[in-house]
Design a protein around this ligand. Structure first.
Ligand code: SF4
Length: 276
């Protein structure tokens, strides 16, 4: 019943936000979604795929390794992996123990080694060792789910794709752009709100916002550029001095400034704790 208690400014703001999200027309939601997209583009000009790669096979392998692991850790491991297994056939014929040792620090290394070997085998058997550039072909390969397929399509083939990871899932629902919880339904619902050409970069920007500003437990509402467009404003602290301390990443001070908050309120940080 907390949402029905009109009282402090924050609660009224939150109550007003909920009212807006319930009464918003489809056109209104689309317009707000597009505004959110424009603000995100200004807020995160550095948004990009953070998994290092130079070809589709490397990105496929890196994405498999990124499950339950930070991109930073994956990027520490992949130079050796890519050098040892440059072709799909190399994964297909890999010595399991050797591969497991190389990727051990990314966690779940037995499952991941299995996925990499089976992916290599699938590519050799069905696609002449090449990573295909179609969603239907990609998702039929071992170890490649829809999320991974969209990452590969968007970033290695230039085919627009929406990547519904944990951040994307949380943020679009906080913004009231969809109430769906199934990743495929979220993908379709959000895809309908934005031009297809924007899907890949939109995904990167939403994920950046989720990592750096609107985190799961403590969103930095009081230092967020989307405060005026977000019905969930108030989920996290709205006091700028408190919220600024929650901003993460190498551009935390720029993020504060973009939200109209004194950058000096942001403490020093090394930018290394951006959990996936
Ligand atoms: S940080 Fe707060 S205001 Fe910003 S998007 Fe997240 S819930 Fe909304």
């Amino acid at each position: 019943m907390r949402g029905h208690e009109a009282g402090t400014g924050g609660r009224r703001r939150r109550l007003a936000g909920v009212t807006i999200s319930l009464r918003e027309t489809d056109l209104g939601r689309t317009r707000r979604a597009r505004r959110i997209g424009r603000v995100l583009a200004d807020t995160h000009p550095d948004a990009h795929c953070e998994l290092d790669h130079s070809n589709p096979l490397e990105l496929a392998a890196a994405t498999i390794l990124s499950a339950q692991c930070t991109d930073k850790r994956v990027n520490e491991v992949t130079p050796k992996v890519f050098a040892r297994y440059p072709q799909a056939a190399d994964y297909a014929g890999a010595d399991r123990a050797e591969l497991e040792e190389l990727i051990r620090s990314t966690g779940f290394y037995r499952n991941k080694a299995d996925s990499l070997i089976r992916l290599g085998q699938g590519l050799v058997e069905r696609h002449d060792g090449q990573v295909p550039g179609k969603l239907t072909d990609l998702v039929s390969l071992p170890g490649i789910g829809r999320k991974t397929a969209n990452v590969i399509l968007g970033n290695a083939f230039g085919v627009p794709g929406i990547t519904v990871d944990t951040h994307f899932n949380r943020l679009v629902r906080r913004w009231g752009l969809t109430t769906e919880t199934d990743p495929v339904k979220i993908e379709h619902a959000i895809g309908a709100l934005y031009p297809k050409r924007d899907w890949t970069m939109l995904s990167h920007r939403i994920i950046f916002h989720g990592r750096r500003v609107c985190q799961a437990r403590k969103p930095a509402c009081g230092a967020c550029t989307l405060a005026k467009l977000c019905p969930s404003y108030g989920t996290g602290p709205t006091e700028p001095a408190v919220a600024a301390r929650l901003l993460k990443g190498p551009r935390a001070r720029d993020l504060a400034a973009a939200a109209g908050v004194d950058p000096e309120l942001v403490p020093d940080q090394d930018g290394s704790v951006e959990a996936r």
